[in-house]
Ligand binder design. Structure first.
Ligand SMILES: *Cc1c(COP(=O)(O)O)cnc(C)c1O
Length: 509
């Protein structure tokens, strides 16, 4: 049994006490999904006081002759059903979401307020440029801010996510090599990379060549020098890496690549560790993507819209997707489609404009000093967790951590407890799990990224929970192996849940 003190003390958090359920909700009630019963209605219409029309004649074939077989419920039952379901979900608005590599930061309400300003929210992509100068100003200002932050020369905001940005960036690389009359065949990718990197290289038609990390979790310069040749198009590098380790010799890596005519692509999903401190454009990066929905606070997850801008050096600018925003002599902004070397369009219209507004609001609300502070706090928070947990969980890489820290389950594995068990037990303590089993080069990884959003009080609750779980692993490992105990459902068949999800209600026959 865990002591009450260790339990995340918030009424919105799930009670960690085993078997205890919230007073207003029995475990069974939660599990009965089918609530329809014949004849119930959620609405009441007044009797008709005008002549009835012949709907069948009016609608012809579109007239439905059979019932739609929708669930039959009263209004309050529907409201309670959906409200109850919403409370079973975890959210960043409920507590810490330490999902490493995902930068699950809080999305300030001011961003939402600005994104809903009518003139911005209602801007239609078919409205002529001359009547869209306000929203084009937003796009232009965001582009300028992101170029300043990254130290790059040109940018497109079109890609809809990080992986889509990678795809766009590698298309630029390919187009540039081809323009040099020199299509190359392979892309180098370190073994610590996010899975989207090799997928991107492959979908762009490249052979993926793996680069082994050294004992510090970084690139081995000698191995790199041996592997780069005249057939290497680019190295895709995440910096800081998915181990949360900053690549100190990044400029030398760039030099090695450039000497052989290869380019340096930076996966910028981890920019939360760099903004306001260093700029990829200054350390040799040729092209990179950003995840606005990570670093710049726009909502993230649940399949919602993302944004993965791609920034590049001037020599890659001619290849950027069409259209590109330009300013005429009269000062008016307009979209330029006349770009013969462009890789073409990668998305409808101009990208996820709502995300641009949120990101710009975030950047302007923080200002340069605020953004730098954000980076410092994110790194500080990760190192605080590292320091407080390092005696209890194995730390496979001693290299200093940036915005995230990667432990392994080596100590707990002796009791038969794996990283996934610890993550599930964390749910009982009221936290979203950290990232499990990634990066792949750490066996049994626990990848923790608190972001700057968390107060020291919240971090302490998380640390207390992780410590309590380490103790449970020693004393009552079965408790951890069978977790979670406080959720509506416990251990799911994760493969079936992902492969055969039941996503729609069907009437019982
Ligand atoms: C999240 C992430 C990506 C992919 O971004 P999406 O927006 O999810 O497509 C790529 N690389 C790294 C390192 C990431 O953390």
């Amino acid at each position: 049994m865990t002591s009450e003190k260790n339990i995340h003390d918030s009424s919105t958090h799930t009670a960690a006490t085993i078997g205890k359920v919230r007073p207003h909700q029995t475990q069974n009630e939660g599990l009965v999904f089918e609530k329809s019963s014949p004849g119930k209605r959620g609405y009441k219409l007044q009797p008709l006081d005008v002549p009835a029309v012949d709907a069948a004649a009016l609608l012809g074939k579109s007239y439905r002759t059979q019932s739609a077989e929708l669930p039959e419920l009263s209004e309050i039952e529907i409201i309670r059903h959906f409200t109850r379901l919403s409370t079973w979900n975890y959210a960043i608005d409920l507590g810490m979401y330490p999902l490493g590599s995902c930068t699950m930061k809080y999305n300030p309400r001011v961003n939402e307020f600005v994104a809903r300003i009518e003139g911005l929210a209602e801007a239609h992509p078919y409205r002529p440029d001359s009547l869209s100068q306000g929203i084009l100003d937003v796009v232009e200002l965001l582009q300028r801010c992101l170029l300043e932050i990254t130290g790059m020369d040109a940018i497109t905001l079109q890609p809809a996510a990080g992986a889509h940005g990678e795809f766009t960036g590698i298309l630029l690389v390919r187009a540039w090599h081809e323009s040099q009359g020199n299509a190359r065949r392979k892309v180098l990718i370190p073994d610590s990379a996010h899975g989207t990197n090799p997928a991107t290289a492959a979908i762009c038609g490249y052979q993926v060549e793996n680069l082994k990390s050294n004992a510090l979790g970084g690139i081995d310069l000698e191995a790199l020098a041996r592997q780069v040749d005249e057939d290497t198009a680019a190295l895709m590098l995440t910096n800081p890496s998915t181990l949360g380790v900053f690549e100190n010799e990044i400029h030398k890596i760039a030099d090695i690549l450039h000497a052989k005519g290869a380019l340096l692509y930076m996966d910028g999903a981890n920019m939360n560790a760099l903004v306001g401190k260093v700029r990829p454009g200054d350390f040799g990066v040729d092209v990179m993507h950003l995840n606005l929905h990570k670093t710049f606070s726009t909502p993230h997850g649940g399949g919602g819209p993302g944004s993965g801008p791609v920034a590049c050096k001037a020599f890659l600018e001619p290849f950027l997707p069409t259209p590109v925003l330009v300013q005429g002599k009269d000062g008016a902004k307009h979209w330029n489609y006349d770009r013969p070397q462009s890789v073409g369009r990668v998305r409808a219209f101009y990208g996820n404009v709502g995300m641009f507004i949120r990101a710009l609001a975030y950047i302007l609300a923080n200002g340069p000093d605020g953004l730098r502070q954000t980076t410092e706090d994110a790194v500080l928070n990760a190192n605080y967790i590292r320091h407080k947990l390092k005696g209890l969980y194995d730390l496979p890489y001693q290299t200093p951590s940036m915005h995230e820290v990667v432990f392994s389950d080596k100590r707990q594995a002796a009791q038969g407890v794996k990283t996934g068990d610890i993550a599930k037990r964390l749910i009982d303590y009221g936290f979203h799990p950290y990232t499990v089993s990634f990066p792949l080069i750490v066996h049994g990884a626990l990848m923790i990224e608190p972001t700057e959003s968390e107060s020291v009080e919240e971090l302490n609750l998380f640390i207390d929970a992780m410590r309590a779980i380490a103790k449970e692993v020693e004393e009552t490992p079965e408790l951890v192996k069978s977790a979670p105990h406080s959720t509506r459902v416990s251990r799911l068949d994760e493969v079936q849940a992902a492969r055969k999800p039941i996503l729609r209600w069907k009437p019982a026959k």
